[in-house]
Design a protein around this ligand. Structure first.
Ligand SMILES: NC(=O)C1=CN([C@@H]2O[C@H](COP(=O)(O)OP(=O)(O)OC[C@H]3O[C@@H](n4cnc5c(N)ncnc54)[C@H](O)[C@@H]3O)[C@@H](O)[C@H]2O)C=CC1
Ligand SMILES: O=C([O-])CC(=O)C(=O)O
Length: 351
């Protein structure tokens, strides 16, 4: 039997290695758009996407600052044609015919803020961008990076529903950075080969809703209870660790770009027919009865989410089970907040 848990965890390969590996089957075919491409995540993410042998077109959209990024990237001798689109009037054009839309548009945290503190600004940005995606690329896969992911993904789902084009299999909250961090920290702590380590991370993408399932670490690894508690808290607070180190200059951008590029590559591989693609991601889910959206490992296929890997959340330790129950109210609240944002009634006119 295949051991799925060891797949998808190889670090992204180098440009040189990729170029050496371009076989006829890997012809560049697909089109992607990055919305928010001029930002801290958008720029390095676009660079990593420019390395993809699967992309024929890379559309870079932002409200500012994207022409130079596109000119710069376009000089890389890799397959995709890079095109800039600036401002709301060019948004529609940036989306036409794309297979994959990646959204890192929005403001990042500063020290002392929670991800939910970004809701007031980012909810509206995501809503507007997903409305355009529904109108101009209704069949595209959508990867949402903008925080708070626990709410922005339900916002996107409601927008798509209102437009009559919601396909729950194709809407993803990108939680790959939590997996990347968990794998890194566990490998360091246990002196394991990074490439071998796989820790599923479930729940959501904020504080205690981020739940690394250390008991499911591959290769099988023993932890003391103290190690489990320290590692869990470090993985949950890793975003804040970066926010504090950047001291007002934003949040994780480079590791996030790496994680988002890995997730995008997994999506493209699945669209391309690779039958062996698994990732943890925050999606419309029935894995947890109380939570309509939940991050867990899924199998990706040509049409999006093909199956949920239920085995990860079976047979949890008491510590994990407690943590899973504890995250439910917060995650539920964030989901409802997102749904209500889209469905809120306009304020009654005052007389
Ligand atoms: N899912 C995850 O694991 C992570 C999510 N994030 C989130 O990603 C988002 C972006 O972070 P950064 O790139 O560091 O921020 P940034 O401020 O450096 O870049 C954001 C970009 O979005 C653009 N933008 C703003 N409004 C827009 C609109 N209406 N349409 C198109 N583009 C628009 C800005 O012009 C800017 O270029 C934040 O919300 C942050 O919290 C950050 C790290 C990890
Ligand atoms: O912490 C933040 O605000 C950005 C983020 O989501 C992360 O780094 O995981």
């Amino acid at each position: 039997m295949h051991d799925i848990s060891l797949r998808n965890h190889k670090p992204l390969v180098t440009v040189a290695a990729r170029n050496a590996d371009v076989r006829p089957r890997a012809a560049a075919t697909y089109k992607a758009a990055v919305l928010g491409a001029g930002g801290g995540i958008g720029q390095p993410l676009s660079l990593l996407l420019k390395m993809s042998p699967l992309l024929s077109h890379l559309n870079l959209y932002d409200i500012a600052n994207v022409k130079g990024v596109a000119a710069d990237l376009s000089h890389c001798n890799t397959p995709s044609l890079v095109t800039p689109y600036t401002g709301a009037e060019e948004l529609a054009e940036s989306l036409k015919g794309v297979d994959l839309i990646i959204i890192p548009a929005g403001v990042p945290r500063k020290p002392g803020m929670t991800r939910d503190d970004l809701f007031n600004i980012n909810a509206g940005i995501v809503k507007t961008l997903v409305e355009a995606a529904a109108d101009y690329a209704p069949k595209a896969w959508i990867n949402i990076i903008s925080n708070p992911v626990n709410s922005t993904v339900p916002i996107a789902a409601e927008v798509l529903k209102k437009k009559g084009v919601f396909d729950p299999k194709k809407l993803f909250g990108v939680t790959t950075l939590d997996v990347v961090r968990a794998n890194t920290f566990v490998a360091q702590q246990k002196t394991l080969r990074l490439i071998d380590v796989d820790v599923p991370v479930v729940g959501g993408h904020a504080g205690i809703t981020i739940l690394p399932l250390l008991s499911k670490t591959r290769p099988k690894t023993e932890f003391t209870q103290e190690e489990i508690e320290k590692l869990t808290v470090r993985i949950q607070n890793a975003g804040t660790e970066v926010v504090e180190a950047k001291a007002g200059a934003g949040s994780a951008t480079l590791s996030m770009a790496y994680a988002a590029a890995r997730f995008a590559e997994s999506c493209l591989r699945a669209i391309d027919g690779d039958a062996d693609v698994y990732e943890c991601t925050y999606v419309k889910s029935d894995v947890m009865q109380e939570l309509p959206f939940f991050a867990s490992r899924v199998k990706l296929g040509k049409d999006g989410v093909e199956a949920f890997v239920h085995t990860d959340i079976r047979g949890l330790t008491e510590y994990e089970e407690k943590a899973l129950q504890a995250l439910i109210p917060e995650l539920k609240g964030s989901i409802e907040k997102g749904i209500n944002f889209v469905n809120k009634q306009p304020a009654a006119a005052s007389v």
